[in-house]
Design a protein around this ligand. Structure first.
Ligand code: PLP
Length: 458
């Protein structure tokens, strides 16, 4: 007997379908006949319609078939017990609230986001221009790309038009698309130490990677010249993680190398907006006369990493491949965000925000530097500063990095090591200040200095 509940929220035909299905799976053989619709209807006091609906669903899902003169019979179904015979362990959640100080080198202060203006523009765009019934432009909204092209021309000396820009929802999404566009160039050279996310993305796309050492002038040019790679990934203006910039003479050599070898240079210009001592160094792309540079940028460093907006600027040949083979790939950036960002830039808020965020972070950068010098004194040297969202330090005396890590955990402090994030032999502690409010910086550095000295043997 099937137990069907008249008063359940689940319709009777679904209850009956489930009961019959279970019965078939447990008790029936192929070619066995099911009771007639009339019989089920009278046995369970159901309408004929209800039973017909249940049978129809069993037919649709391939459990039974209606055979002329025989009625409904069970047909072969390759039933697998899909019920899980394993359980997922509940991984303990990262209790972010428990953390007293987080020196993450790639975040901004929550309060620094221009939320009021953003919300105002967002609401207006959603009400007036966003068509929720349609798809957005797969390459990215044209008028947003126009704004970005204008900004890149004026501020980063990037030579491009909106048609060359392809929007993406973050670095990995932009790089993954690029990897597919560049599928004929599977051999890449990159900085060592270098951006771990870039390396992993290229590895995941099966690129062979040559690691090229970095010195005080950035990537080692002669090693690039002797590499057989046809692709080079660099953070030319602010090397990640060492912070060095490639001087103009070496930039020219890199472009010559690319020309001579028909190679492409991927210029990741991730945080050049945040330059506190010198004016931002103009892009390498702007010096390139032969379309050998692929430029990539992000809104994560100066506006918000939560928005997930990045972009590629493709040289003509690669743009043609993109248009031919990848035109159906969607940028992945929400239309409402694209429209809001476009207006945000068009109305001049982006320029104003850049000035504000630069001033705010410059202040915090200088304060962090001073606090490190005051609190850690000669026990450390600053190896990278002047831009971005962190200052990097190295100990001048023996320091047990494992002990530092343990102490950090015990004291609910989150710290980040260049070696863990970038590989190679370069080691430094990345003292991120972007996410810590100015008023809390001193407390944060005092807490850090305590564990720093504890991890330092005399
Ligand atoms: C070297 C480098 N490139 C690019 C990015 C931008 O990443 P995304 O656009 O995914 O936020 C970052 C962020 O930390 C970075 O450090």
């Amino acid at each position: 007997m099937y137990h069907l509940k008249q008063k359940s929220k689940i319709p009777l035909h679904i209850q009956l379908f489930e009961a019959l299905k279970q019965d078939i799976l447990e008790n029936y053989q192929v070619d066995d006949k099911l009771p007639s619709i009339r019989k089920i209807a009278t046995t369970y006091n159901l309408s004929k319609n209800t039973v017909e609906n249940a049978y129809s669903q069993l037919v649709a899902e391939g459990y039974i078939d209606s055979i002329a003169k025989s009625g409904y019979v069970v047909i072969e179904n390759n039933y697998i017990n899909f019920s899980r015979n394993y359980t997922y362990e509940n991984t303990p959640s990262n209790k972010e609230d428990d953390i007293h100080f987080d020196f993450f080198p790639a975040r901004l202060e929550k309060k620094s986001f221009p939320l009021k203006i953003w919300k105002r523009i967002f609401n207006k765009e959603v009400n007036d221009t966003v068509d929720m019934g349609g798809y957005s432009n797969r390459q990215g909204e044209l008028n947003l790309r126009e704004q970005i092209a204008k900004y890149l021309n004026e501020s980063r000396a990037v030579k491009c038009s909106a048609s060359q820009i392809v929007m993406g929802n973050g670095f990995i999404s932009s790089m993954s698309l690029l990897c597919m566009i560049l599928k004929k160039h599977k051999h890449l050279a990159m900085e060592d130490p270098g951006y771990h996310v870039a390396r992993r993305t290229f590895e995941n796309h099966n690129f062979k990677i040559d690691k090229i050492p970095v010195d005080s002038n950035g990537i080692n040019i002669s090693k690039v010249q002797t590499s057989k790679a046809k692709l080079l990934y660099i953070t030319a203006s602010h090397q990640y993680p060492t912070g060095v910039a490639i001087p103009i003479s070496n930039r020219i050599k890199l472009l010559e190398w690319a020309d001579k070898n028909s190679a492409y240079i991927i210029e990741d210009d991730y945080d050049s907006e945040l330059s506190y001592i010198n004016r931002p160094i103009p892009s390498l792309q702007g010096l390139d006369k032969n379309e050998r540079v692929i430029y990539t940028g992000t809104f994560s460093k100066a506006l918000s990493p939560a928005l997930r907006v990045s972009y590629l600027v493709l040289p003509k040949v690669l743009l043609d491949i993109y248009k031919k083979e990848f035109f159906y790939y969607d940028s992945g950036v929400c239309l409402m965000i694209q429209k809001t960002l476009k207006e945000f830039m068009k109305q001049g808020h982006w320029d104003r925000h850049l000035r504000k965020i630069r001033t705010l972070n410059k202040k915090k950068h200088n304060l962090m530097k001073k606090l490190l010098e005051d609190k850690l004194k000669t026990s450390m040297k600053i190896v990278s500063h002047g831009g971005g969202l962190s200052i990097q330090i190295q100990p001048t005396k023996p320091l047990d990095f494992d002990k530092l890590k343990i102490k950090a955990k015990e004291n609910k402090i989150k710290i980040y090591f260049a070696k863990e994030r970038c590989g190679g032999s370069y080691q430094a502690v990345m003292m991120g200040f972007g996410g810590i409010e100015e008023k809390n910086l001193e407390k944060a550095v005092i807490a850090f200095s305590k564990i720093w000295f504890e991890a330092m043997s005399d």
